[in-house]
Design a protein around this ligand. Sequence first.
Ligand code: ADP
Ligand code: MG
Length: 757
Amino acid sequence: MDSVSLHKNGHVEGISVGELKLEIEGMHCAGCVSSVEKALRGLEGVETAEVNLPLKRGKVEYDPAKIEPGAIESAVKQAGFSSRRMLEQTSVEESIESDQKEFLETQSLFRIALFFSVPLLLFAMGPMLGMPLPGWLIPESGSRFGSWIQLLLTLPVLFAGRDFYLRGLPALWKRHPDMDSLVALGTLAAFGYSSWNLLIDGGISGLYFETAALIITLILLGRMLESRSRRRAVESVRALLRLHPKQAMLLSEEGETPIDIELLHPGDRVRVRPGETLPADGLVEEGASEVDESMLTGESVPRSCSTGDEVTGGTLCVNGMLTLRVRRIGEESTLARIIRMVEEAQSGKAPVARMADRVAGVFVPVVLVLALLTALSWWLAGAGTEMVLTRMVAVLVIACPCALGLATPIAILVGTGSGARHGILFRNAAALESLQRLDTLMFDKTGTLTLGKPVLEEINTWNGWTESEVLRLAAAAETGSEHPFGKAIVEAANSRNITFPKPESFEALTGSGVNATVENQNLIVGRQNYILAKAENKQLPEGWDEGAEAQTSVWMLVDGTLAACMSFQDLPRPESKEAVAKLRSMGLNPVMLTGDRLEVAEYLAHEAGLDEIRAGLLPQDKVNVLKEYQALGHRVGMVGDGINDAPALATADVGIGMGSGTDVALETADVVLMKNNLSHLADAFRLSRATLLNIRQNLFWAFAYNVLGIPVAAGVLIPFGGPALHPVLAAAAMALSSVSVVSNALRLKNFRFAQAS
Ligand code: ADP
Ligand code: MG
């Protein structure tokens, strides 16, 4: 199969595109995301730029002929953020460490701020609450000394919040104000006004030191909580990376030697003992054991593996001893590919995020204007300086668009992470979003609705061929085939102890069969109509009864004459009926697409509870049927195993690959079901719906805080006798909004999979 042309996300060969991945520090809100993206997209030679807030990552595709990676990095710096190039494989420990460091830093800053804010709040508010404080501490009783103490207590808090000024003010000069600018302006206004009053104007009234200090303390608290929950969200997938053991037990002439996993090569033989983790993907050569694959597939029942079975690195050998022939290691291993896929999905952007991004891009400047308008209106209405100031500060502080930037990516992060831990992999954020929008679901038959393990039931022969000779040649022809029928023929020959030669030449006729040269004879093995078309006399053998039974027939032609017809029984998957019914109840219309003949398709459709069938299709016909439905306005998903249906998987709005299928399925599908079980489909749909719902809730909360908060903070309700929002409460609401968005997204961690592991 030509997998290159099927890559959905691949680049067209010949046109080289550079890709740069950056770790970006210092982003705290959607405003920051949009300034970085704007700065990147404004560069000549940059084709796409996507920045992810919770992962703190940027991905840039650029034309190496026009721009160098260094220039891209400096653009990020220019915008006021620090960035670091990411290696292809940033180690887990490293990323977890850097997240942990950020959390601890914010935490200690918060502690400093809290330590000085508490006494400040006490001295400033105590008298109003009737607390017995000595008069020399209280500005209201005429003590300038008390005012000075408040100023001195505020300074360390401002120091703890220095990042707001160091980042927010330059951003303002550079005309891309962000959340830090808002906090900086709000707190500086409160602090500056109070200092003016203290130094110039008597110094006992008009003091807002505690407001400035508390805003900083609360926002630091919000950031600390947010950083903690974000870490929890990211960790779940990174934990997958830790599945690989560090060492393997290499088998050689001299016996067993422990070696570093990095030194392992494909072809090596390794031994795995009970309780140990499999070091690499491989083939069992000796021994038998139950293998626990729950970490990859979500399947809680261990699989019995013995000689000849394929096993995956990272899974657990439960109770037996296995000798493996290593097949894939490092970057190529299934585990590495899963992790890459999940990380890609998490760092990409869902289409729903675009709207939030667009809003966030203009949000901060709009807020600045609103804050000025607020101040102006109160001033024109004849309000005192304090009223003008507090309203303005409240607006600045409540309007930080932090929650807005987190709303979508954090839900995608947690949703894809939950899926991955249960064996449902999404290739990208868009797939997670589109899945829940499908209305039609096409199923491939062999290997998808059926087990894909056909059993040979009957052989009819003609022209003097014997059954065993037919099997011997057919098995030789199918030696290199990955098609279930090809494998079944080889297996049938093996089980009858028929030894067969290697073919001199072999060609897979996609969707029809194989063409091979064995012992100087031309063999064509495959579907009936193809074989008849190639046969010399183009006639079905006399007296041949097609039969209505549900058997797939595979025909064989030797040097142009008909030799045999082999009939196979491929059982439907036991769960297919229930899974199809479930999907139907979720509003999806199931359709079967198959290359097999109609009778077999009808029998299986009946077994699985389907009524729309298209049979006798070649791979390209499957694509055409999909397009036909799409042209009617349907949003169509395709479920397949990658054998003869990869083009359809790539054409569908969402291609869903069965994990046990081929590498092609892993590479082409938008969604991969690692656990080879159709009941996981419904879970994938439910997870997609739950995530989208979660995103909408998050966006609602993020917007609600801002949209309702701003007018209240501006004091719109005051003329009607309503409450005025104190700037400190505005800061609390702002901190709460991002915390509530992140906590809401974390609920997806507990998403209930029907197929629990
Ligand atoms: P499905 O659409 O049901 O998954 P395929 O498109 O993979 O089926 O195959 C269609 C038909 O082509 C099969 O039913 C079989 O008769 C024939 N065929 C395809 N590949 C092979 C092969 N390697 N050996 C024998 N027959 C094959
Ligand atoms: Mg198939």
